[in-house]
Design a protein around this ligand. Structure first.
Ligand code: NAD
Length: 250
């Protein structure tokens, strides 16, 4: 029970890495508060977790809205009495294009969903962690924007790189209060975001030293570590779970 008695928010919990993380965190003893837009998916996942003996509630809404971030924290406090951590994981690639062809609308959508949403959530979560006397935040970044400049992904890379700056400053500002903040950098992972085109999957697999993509459960394990007390001295950094993508040149 690596998250026994902890209350954890998971954004982007309706599919992929977020859904796998919610299941794992709950199985490891956490009470989870699920956030994403698709209410029926959140309800189904929450029902599944409770049927398996876990604790889960959900709030449907857009992570780009400040009120939704506040509502997630309020739900954690009302249902479970406080907040110990958050996996701020929701994200989108947006329409891919070379930088000169990215529309300002796409740029803003991608920044808002990946970066501004992380700020809005952290802004709402930090006072709750302070009230608890400590806690941990994890932001889902990517190898894209950290070590790899993938063509077509300028907006996404900038947003994901921005998360590292945000995590570093939160770690410095709130570390003395027992609050940790880190980024998790997954490699290519089999989720809705990665689509189901076998040719694209083969291309992505080839980018990794392990010559395969991750299952969402493998990434969830790393988020679990960063949120758990096993990572009690890990803060202000980034942890790659990228199958060797960042070091692979073959
Ligand atoms: P996914 O598409 O299955 O999950 C994305 C989640 O974010 C979904 O729950 C979706 O509903 C939610 N979301 C997106 N926009 C939202 C919005 N405006 N409001 C509320 N929720 C919103 O894909 P995934 O791979 O599980 O993505 C999870 C995170 O992992 C993302 O931040 C993504 O950028 C990152 N990531 C994914 C990969 C990969 O290869 N799949 C690699 C590196 C990083």
């Amino acid at each position: 029970m690596r998250l026994a008695d902890k209350v954890i928010i998971v954004t982007g919990a309706s599919s992929g890495i977020g859904a796998a993380a919610a299941r794992l965190f709950a199985a490891e003893g956490a009470a989870v508060v699920l956030g994403a837009r698709r209410a029926e998916r959140l309800e189904a996942l929450s029902t599944e977790i409770v049927a398996d003996g876990g604790r889960a509630v959900w709030v449907a809404g857009d992570v780009r809205e400040a009120d939704v971030a506040v509502a997630l924290v309020a739900r954690a406090e009302a249902a479970f009495g406080g907040l110990d951590g958050a996996f701020n994981n929701a994200g989108t690639v947006g329409e891919m294009a070379p930088v000169a062809d990215i529309t300002p609308g796409t740029w803003r959508e991608v920044q808002d969903t990946n970066l501004t949403a992380a700020f809005l959530n952290a802004r709402a979560q930090l006072p709750a962690l302070q009230a608890r006397g400590g806690g941990a935040l994890v932001f889902t970044s990517s190898f894209v924007g950290m070590t790899v400049g993938l063509p077509g992904m300028g907006a996404y890379a900038a947003a994901k790189a921005g998360l590292m700056g945000l995590a570093q400053v939160i770690a410095a500002e709130y570390g003395a209060e027992g609050i940790r903040a880190n980024c998790l950098m997954p490699g290519g992972t089999r989720t809705e975001m990665a689509g189901d085109d076998p040719e694209f999957h083969r291309f992505v697999e080839g980018l990794h030293a392990l010559k395969r993509m991750a299952a969402p459960e493998e990434i969830a394990e790393v988020a679990l570590f960063l949120l758990s007390d096993a990572a009690s001295f890990v803060t202000g950094g980034g942890l790659f779970a990228d199958g060797g993508n960042s070091i692979c040149k073959t």
